[in-house]
Design a protein around this ligand. Structure first.
Ligand code: NAD
Ligand code: MG
Length: 375
C-alpha cells in the first residue's frame, strides 16, 4: 500500500485524482489531503478517505478542529513518513515549497503543478538529486512523452512534439481576440479544468509553461521541443527517435489516465474506469501550425525558457498576476501577453539562484503587472 499526499484536493485535478485513487484503493491509501478554502468539500473527502492528516491553507475559515491550518500544511503533508507519493495539484507558485520539500525528502512527486518547475526548475532538479526524490508528470503531454520514452536512452530521442488543443480562440481573427471576454476564454473546447489553466490554454501561455516543463523533465534543449496544434486532444504528444520513427500516446481527453500513470510509472495497472478508446469515433485527427503572431504568450514564454536565469519565474509570475486581473474583469484578454512582455522586458535579466531570490523576483513581477494597469 503506497501512501499519497494529495495537495489541492478540491480542485479539478484533485477531484479527478480522488476518483482514480478510489478505484485503485487496493494499491493506494490517501495519507494526507490539503485544500485552500473549500472546507465543505474537504470535509466530505476527509470523511470518505480517512487520511491521517488534513490541511487547510486559508486561516480564519471555520473548520474541523483536527485540521492543520496555514500555508505550512502543504510542506507538512508532503514530508510525512506515511507518504510515498505527493500529488501536487495546487495551482500556481503557491505549490513551490511543497514540491521542493517532497523531492528533498525522497518522495515521488506526481506533478500537476507545472508552475513549480517553470519557476524553479534548477532548484527542483537539485533537490531531487540531493534527496533522492523524483518528478513524474501529471500533465497529459508530458505523461504521453514519458510513456513513449520509458525504456529508451536519452540519446535515442531526436525531438518531442507537444500537442496543443489551440484553446477556444484557435480560429479567431485578431480583431475578435481583442474583444474576447472572460466567459469566452473559460469556454474550453476539449478539457474541463480550473479557471487559471483554462485562461492559460486560451492565451497559449500554458503551452509555453509546458515547453519549459519538458525542458526540465526530459533534459532536452529548447530547439528539440516543438509544438503543434491538434484540436481534438486525442494525441497527447509525439516523440521522434533518431531513426525517424515517431511514437505517440493516444486516449480520449481525460486526466484520469495521466494521473493514474504518474502514480504507477513505470508499471501499468488495470483500470476499467477510463472511457474506452474508439479510433473511429474520434476521427478525424488533424494537426495545424501554431499561429504565433496571434498568441504572443507562447513565444514570450519559450524565449524566457531559453534565456534562463529568473526569466521563466518572471514569465510565470507576470502571467499568474495578469490572468488574475483578467478574471477579475480589470484587464482585457490581449493585455495578458502585453503584461508578460513588459515584465520580461524590465525584469527578465535578473539572475536566479536561491529560492528566496526567485520568490523576490516573483513578487516584483506581480507588482510590475499591477502597476502597469494601476491595479
Ligand atoms: P483548480 O483551480 O481546479 O484547483 C487548484 C487547487 O489549488 C485547489 O484545490 C485549491 O484549493 C488549491 N489552491 C489554490 N490556491 C492555493 C494556494 N495559494 N495555496 C494552496 N493551495 C491552493 O486547478 P486545476 O485545474 O486542478 O489545476 C491544478 C494544477 O494542475 C495547475 O498547476 C494546472 O496547470 C495543472 N494541470 C491541470 C490540468 C487539468 O486538466 N485541470 C491538466 C494539466 C495540468
Ligand atoms: Mg497539458
Amino acid at each position: 500500500m503506497r501512501g499519497i499526499a494529495l495537495l489541492g484536493s478540491t480542485g479539478s485535478i484533485g477531484t479527478t485524482a480522488l476518483r482514480v485513487i478510489d478505484r485503485q484503493r487496493d494499491r493506494f491509501r490517501v495519507a494526507a489531503l490539503t485544500a485552500f478554502a473549500n472546507t465543505e468539500l474537504l470535509e466530505q473527502q476527509a470523511s470518505r478517505f480517512q487520511p491521517s492528516f488534513v490541511g487547510l491553507v486559508r486561516n480564519g475559515t471555520e473548520h474541523n478542529s483536527r485540521w492543520q491550518t496555514g500555508e505550512r500544511c502543504l510542506v507538512d503533508a508532503a514530508t510525512r513518513d506515511d507518504v510515498d507519493i505527493v500529488l501536487n495539484a495546487v495551482v500556481g507558485a503557491a505549490g513551490l515549497d511543497a514540491t521542493l520539500a517532497a523531492l528533498e525528502a525522497g518522495k515521488r512527486v506526481a506533478l500537476a503543478n507545472k508552475e513549480t518547475l517553470v519557476m524553479a526548475g534548477d532548484l527542483a532538479m537539485a533537490a531531487a538529486k540531493r534527496g533522492g526524490g523524483e518528478i513524474v508528470p501529471v500533465d497529459s503531454e508530458h505523461s504521453a512523452i514519458l510513456q513513449c520514452v520509458t525504456g529508451r536512452q536519452a540519446g535515442d530521442i531526436r525531438r518531442v512534439i507537444l500537442t496543443a488543443s489551440g484553446g477556444p480562440f484557435r480560429a479567431w481573427p485578431a480583431e475578435r481576440l481583442a474583444r474576447a471576454t472572460v466567459e469566452d476564454a473559460l469556454h474550453h473546447p476539449t478539457w474541463t479544468m480550473g479557471r487559471k489553466i483554462t485562461v492559460d490554454s486560451a492565451t497559449l501561455a500554458n503551452k509555453a509553461l509546458e515547453v519549459i516543463e519538458a525542458h526540465y523533465l526530459f533534459d532536452l534543449p529548447y530547439d528539440r521541443i516543438e509544438v503543434v496544434v491538434h484540436p481534438q486532444s486525442v494525441v497527447h504528444s509525439l516523440v521522434e527517435f533518431v531513426d525517424g520513427s515517431v511514437l505517440a500516446q493516444l486516449s480520449a481527453p481525460t486526466m484520469e489516465l495521466p494521473v493514474l500513470y504518474a502514480l504507477t510509472h513505470p508499471e501499468r495497472v488495470p483500470d476499467d474506469g477510463v472511457r474506452p478508446f474508439d479510433p473511429v469515433a474520434c476521427s478525424p485527427l488533424t494537426f495545424e501550425p501554431v499561429r504565433y503572431d496571434q498568441f504572443p504568450a507562447l513565444r514570450l514564454g519559450v524565449q524566457a525558457g531559453r534565456a534562463g536565469g529568473a526569466a521563466p519565474a518572471v514569465f510565470n509570475a507576470a502571467n499568474e498576476q495578469a490572468v488574475a486581473l483578467f478574471l477579475e474583469g480589470r484587464i482585457t484578454f490581449v493585455d495578458i501577453a502585453s503584461a508578460i512582455d513588459s515584465a520580461l522586458e524590465t525584469l527578465g535579466d535578473t539572475a536566479s539562484g536561491s529560492r528566496e531570490a526567485l520568490l523576490a523576483v516573483d513578487a516584483e513581477a506581480r507588482r510590475h503587472v499591477r502597476r502597469l494597469f494601476s491595479c
